[in-house]
Design a binder for this molecule. Structure first.
Ligand SMILES: Cc1cc2nc3c(=O)[nH]c(=O)nc-3n(C[C@H](O)[C@H](O)[C@H](O)COP(=O)(O)O)c2cc1C
Length: 206
């Protein structure tokens, strides 16, 4: 049976709309989503999207459900020290995790196995269990330290997907650019999507 559970983490890199749209698509695909939100991610979400989330996980969950007009029971927002969450242990954690957007800080913490909060611990668990870890890193330019951390994690089996949308689908809006990235992430996760035309099938330049 397909395991329709996933861990999604939002960190304080620019790109809050990617994280929000990804959450919306995963819930629409009926995935159970364990959502981890760093403090900096809440600041970025308020700055970039105007959405002010409360710090407490239950209140944040309610605010997100209202914002997305979601009435299902598949969204669980976890506190940063909720060590009893399923995502904290290899015996229960979903095999797939996406950090989107992923800051350079969280990239470094994950690359060095710090596990200092639930978000870092969840990533460490997915790595040790040899699950699928996607990091949608956003920074520019990259320093050698960023590049080393990305190479280290790539060599450990993580997938580095820089938040770098293409333009060959001729985007007309910011939403089109966001959907480009989210579509690539969903493809990697094996979640069916029809957000953007596929290269060589639906899309040919006129
Ligand atoms: C509006 C805003 C945008 C930011 N953009 C980035 C970014 O694109 N990449 C990055 O690595 N850090 C960015 N930062 C800095 C991080 O939020 C900061 O390093 C933070 O400590 C990361 O913590 P976290 O990884 O726990 O979320 C941004 C901060 C703010 C307030």
């Amino acid at each position: 049976m397909q395991d329709k559970r996933i861990t999604l983490a939002w960190t304080g890199a620019s790109g809050a709309p990617y994280g929000l749209r990804l959450l919306e698509c995963l819930l629409a695909a009926d995935y159970q989503v364990y959502l981890l939100i760093s403090s900096a991610a809440r600041v970025v979400l308020a700055t970039e999207h105007g959405l002010k989330l409360p710090a407490g996980p239950e209140a944040a969950q309610a605010a997100l459900a209202e914002h997305l007009n979601y009435s299902g029971d598949k969204l669980t927002v976890c506190g940063k020290e909720d060590w009893f969450s399923p995502v904290a242990s290899g015996s229960a954690a979903p095999k797939k995790m996406v950090v989107c957007p992923c800051s350079a800080g969280t990239l470094a913490s994950v690359a060095h196995g710090l596990s200092d909060n639930l978000l870092e611990r969840a990533a460490d668990v997915v790595l040790k269990e040899r699950g699928q870890l996607l990091l949608v890193v956003r920074e520019t330019p990259f320093s050698s330290l960023h590049l080393e951390n990305m190479l280290k994690l790539s060599n450990l089996g993580a997938t580095i997907m820089p938040a770098a949308p293409g333009f060959y689908h001729q985007p007309k809006s910011i939403d089109d650019l966001v959907d480009f990235m989210v579509a690539r992430i969903l493809d990697h996760l094996g979640v069916e999507q029809g957000l953007v035309p596929r290269w060589g099938y639906d899309h040919r330049p006129s």
